[in-house]
Design a binder for this molecule. Sequence first.
Ligand SMILES: O=C(O)c1cc(=O)[nH]c(=O)n1[C@@H]1O[C@H](COP(=O)(O)O)[C@@H](O)[C@H]1O
Length: 232
Amino acid sequence: MAGARRTGLIAALDTADIQEATRWARAVGPHAGAIKLGLEFAYANGLPAVRQVADDAALFLDLKLHDIPNTVAGAMRSLAPVRAAMLTVHASGGRAMIEAARIECDAMPVRPLLLAVTVLTSLDAEALHETGIAGGPRQQVMRLARLALGAGADGLVCSPHEVTMLRDALGAAPVLVVPGVRPAGVEIGDQKRVMTPRQAAAAGADWIVVGRPITRAADPAAAAAAIAAELA
Ligand SMILES: O=C(O)c1cc(=O)[nH]c(=O)n1[C@@H]1O[C@H](COP(=O)(O)O)[C@@H](O)[C@H]1O
């Protein structure tokens, strides 16, 4: 199953600087299936700027909504004009919150994929334990994955370490979007559950999300091209 799947690259453009984001978007555009803008960019520049930087690229707007259902529903309605291809909520916001988000996605003129973030890739078992979750990332990812998909999410954000487990349990249908990806030899930084692009693709990811290994490279276009080549 994983062998037949084509894994795409999403370039995460984490900056508050609109010129920098525009430059990166143009540089990586030919090599990435989508660009991701998130909290840093959207808070600094607002939603019209998000739309402007994305231009005609597929846009993953990653705002990781996590609030009561009514508030999340309202936030989703505010996101409709951005025409994102993918939007995120935290799966730990619970069933009613995810259901509310799904209803709003269905009402958008351009229907985005609703992705539920399971356990952040920056958390290891110890950090997760400190939040009161004893079972470790794999168990928690599985629990949240079933909850989120049952509540109407189209896909999941998880680390590469859980992809095989999720594919085995849930099959080919859920869209698996996978950050925590580092080409061999590249600085890992704050990520904890990490694999290389090739390993994440072999496990069955639909998309890998890569930020700093591209944006902090001397030549972001070349870095994105090299990652895309590793996926091919
Ligand atoms: O939702 C996400 O995209 C996300 C979830 C997660 O668990 N871990 C994670 O790193 N991300 C995002 O993926 C990107 C990873 O960036 P780099 O660590 O620089 O490659 C960042 O924009 C994060 O916000």
